[in-house]
Design a protein around this ligand. Structure first.
Ligand code: ZN
Length: 121
């Protein structure tokens, strides 16, 4: 599956405001986002959104924001593990509801990848 904004595959998509916007819509259920005119990044438009899901939510880069994603999904069926790859480099693996896991070098990005996989058919 690819990002609806930049068309990058989820497993290649870097942690960014673009990814934050994807999570905001497809996981957190927000419809009120807009693209900033002066950059390719997306900002999460507070509008009628309730805190703490506004402009200060950096789901893919902040563990406190990413944990809101875990809570949104009920905290149930979530598995969080750390592994070493064949080169001895640490990576995080997160899965919700036994769906295809999200893997990344940071926990917030792994959480976001897993959440998208769990919420987007
Ligand atoms: Zn994107």
């Amino acid at each position: 599956m690819n990002c609806p904004h930049c068309n990058v595959h989820i497993d290649k998509h870097i942690a960014s405001r673009c990814f934050d916007a994807w999570v905001a819509v497809d996981v957190m259920g927000h419809t009120n986002i807009r693209k900033q005119e002066d950059s390719w990044e997306y900002c999460l438009y507070t509008g009628d959104c309730h805190e703490p899901y506004g402009v200060n939510c950096f789901f893919s880069t902040s563990i406190s924001s990413a944990w809101l994603v875990v809570e949104k999904l009920g905290g149930k069926g979530v598995g969080v593990d750390k592994y070493l790859d064949e080169n001895g480099v640490l990576y995080w693996e997160v899965g919700f509801f036994m769906k295809s896991p999200g893997r990344a070098d940071t926990a917030p990005l792994a959480i976001c990848r897993a959440a998208i996989k769990a919420c987007v058919a």
